[in-house]
Design a protein around this ligand. Structure first.
Ligand SMILES: NC(=O)c1ccc[n+]([C@@H]2O[C@H](COP(=O)([O-])OP(=O)(O)OC[C@H]3O[C@@H](n4cnc5c(N)ncnc54)[C@H](O)[C@@H]3O)[C@@H](O)[C@H]2O)c1
Length: 342
């Protein structure tokens, strides 16, 4: 796949779990994917999925074999978060354009090492913050930039999973801020064009015992301050009973706007005579964001060179991770923490 003229090619997808299965189907349906090769830490699972979808499978080692016997042109990574930084570095060393699921890593050192490797090698890369490809978030960003809302003074972000992840997912997830809240931190930066400078976070670990056992939280609220003094909150929950809820409210001096208040928003109005929303609530992230996952992969395949609207660089992903880690420190130390401390 050349960086200027996208041509059909061979894509390797590493990681065939929950989201990897969806990415496999999307990649296979893409006109620029001539051949899809699946790989994972459990080869039988990659083989079984390849059999169901009618594509190829291989070992992770074969994908990174320096003679490139499989003719791989690009890699998509959908493995557990702990493996992202290492796999990104392997792609950089192999000179392979790479799409990688969020977050970029579990700690800042490994994430920065991956960023450096990708930048030094000049390898096209894209970290999967799919909200950047959502029509509502894009419109909010444009509205704010147009000045129609006046000066942004406050914001309120919400990420509520309908059902919690399975107990085995929790220990390797990086915790609620790296796994879920990181989407809000990325999109707040992207929509506002500002940096987060300080957070104060508090939360609780209710429901499954695995949250507390792994120093994780089931519900958390963060107060964020941006570098121009704008203040806002981010609510993150693993137990949002009404459905999968993702929203962003923007309150400016001349007007307010909302992302996510659509016909399927998981909210009931208690006002007499108000029958809203009309439809069944969103069930999960795959239902809510499937078109965005499709658009981000299309963007990656068509525009491997960085700098196009919506592409998320490793540098952006490192910053979102830094905010998430600052939230974790704030909740553990029960104090407001400057992002620059990390
Ligand atoms: N963008 C989003 O909205 C979104 C949603 C869900 C998950 N994710 C991200 O996607 C990643 C995977 O999440 P999931 O829910 O699919 O998890 P999962 O546990 O269902 O799947 C992870 C897969 O990675 C494989 N794997 C682990 N280590 C590996 C290695 N070293 N080499 C090859 N394969 C390996 C596992 O065998 C498993 O099949 C996580 O980083 C998560 O944060 C993103």
């Amino acid at each position: 796949m050349s960086s200027t003229e996208p041509a059909p090619g061979t894509v390797a997808l590493i990681g065939v779990g929950r989201i990897g299965e969806m990415h496999a189907a999307l990649l296979l349906a893409h006109p620029l994917v001539e051949r899809l090769v699946l790989a994972g830490s459990t080869p039988e699972r990659a083989e079984a999925l390849a059999g169901r979808l009618g594509c190829d499978w291989a070992t992770v080692e074969a994908i990174f074999d320096e003679t490139n016997p499989l003719g791989i042109d690009a890699v998509a990574i959908a493995t557990s978060t702990a493996t992202h930084a290492d796999l990104l570095i392997r792609c950089a060393e192999a000179g392979l354009p790479v799409f990688c699921e969020k977050p970029i890593g579990l700690d800042l050192d490994e994430a920065r090492a991956a960023q450096r490797a990708l930048e030094d090698a000049g390898v096209p890369h894209h970290i999967g913050f799919q909200r950047r490809f959502d029509a509502g978030y894009s419109a909010a960003r444009d509205l704010l930039a147009s000045g129609e809302l006046g000066e942004l003074r406050r914001f309120h972000a919400v990420t509520g999973d309908h059902v919690p992840p399975t107990p085995d997912y929790i220990p390797d997830s990086g915790g609620i801020f790296l796994d879920a809240g990181v989407h809000d931190f990325d999109i707040i930066r992207w929509v506002t064009g500002r940096e987060v400078v300080e957070v104060y976070t508090t939360g609780s670990a209710r429901g499954m015992k695995e949250f507390a056992e792994h120093d994780d939280l089931s519900d958390a609220v963060t107060i964020l301050t941006l570098d121009d003094g704008t203040v806002g909150t981010a609510h993150v929950s693993r137990y949002n009973g009404q459905g999968h809820e993702v929203r962003l409210d923007l309150m400016g001096t001349d007007g307010s706007a909302n992302v996510g208040l659509d016909a399927k928003v998981p909210f009931r109005s208690t006002e007499p005579g108000v029958d809203f929303p009309p439809d069944e609530p969103w069930y999960d992230f795959i239902e809510r964001f499937r078109p965005c996952y499709e658009r981000e992969l299309d963007h990656f395949l068509r525009h491997p060179a960085q700098g196009l609207p919506g592409a998320c660089s490793a540098a952006d992903a490192v910053e979102a991770l830094r905010i998430a880690l600052t939230c974790r420190r704030s909740s553990l130390e029960r104090r407001a923490v400057r992002v620059a401390e990390l």
